[in-house]
Design a protein around this ligand. Structure first.
Ligand code: MTE
Ligand code: MO
Length: 200
């Protein structure tokens, strides 16, 4: 392969390094939902953060839209083995939603309007690693992909990125969510292939 330019080799290696073990790349955006797509109207949409002591922060759609937004470009990895590189979203960082909140919580549960839940360590939604996304690829987020708003935690398998998100609750103990109770891994690191729990 001595005829390849260093630049080409460099780019190829960089892409391979971004695909976790057991995953293949796709340019499609598959839709994976446990049930039908719920109709979530923005005029009745709210996002609620509830701390372990019951302190609540609630945003309406308009209040949420007024928060500072970011446009992260990230790679996403589904446990069904597809990965998609350089997806661009628009959303509010979880850091913004949690700023100044008094909490001793070590875990969060993300809640959705369809009843879906998923659990994460609290630290995994801090430091610019999680967003509530309302836009994808320059457009409002399509309902099939979780619109009007979904959670986005790209460093974990995509089932942790709850669609049609309604809020997060903070907890001092771990509370497994929908797929985690059905045998998916509690944490779901794609680089460690944490797909399913032992025993399922
Ligand atoms: N509310 C809700 N969120 C959800 C799901 C769901 O069924 N309901 N499925 C999860 C799973 S298993 C995956 S892989 C991703 C799929 O997101 P996509 O349909 O946008 O590709 O959403 C996750 N978030
Ligand atoms: Mo999934």
């Amino acid at each position: 392969m001595t005829d390849l330019t260093p630049g080409f080799q460099g780019r190829r290696r960089a892409v391979d390094d971004r695909v976790p073990p057991g995953q293949y790349l796709t340019d499609d955006f598959p839709v994976l939902s446990a049930g039908p797509t719920p109709s979530v109207k923005t005029d009745r949409w709210t996002f609620t953060v509830t701390s372990e002591t019951g302190e609540r922060r609630v945003w309406t759609w308009d209040e949420f839209a007024a928060l500072p937004h970011e446009t992260p470009t990230v790679d996403i990895h589904c446990v069904t083995r597809w990965s998609k590189l350089d997806t661009t979203w628009r959303g509010v960082s979880a850091d913004t939603l949690l700023a100044g909140l008094e909490t001793q919580a070590d875990y969060v549960v993300v809640h959705s309007f369809d009843g879906y839940t998923t659990n994460l360590p609290f630290r995994d939604i801090t430091d610019g690693r999680a967003w509530v996304a309302t836009g994808y690829d320059g457009r409002p987020l399509h309902a099939e992909h979780g619109g009007p708003a979904r959670f986005l935690v790209p460093h974990l398998y995509f089932w942790k990125s709850a669609k049609w998100v309604s809020g997060i609750t903070l907890h001092t103990e771990d509370r497994p969510g929908f797929w985690e109770r059905a045998g998916y891994h509690d944490y779901g690191d794609p680089w460690l292939e944490q797909r399913y729990q032992a025993g399922f």
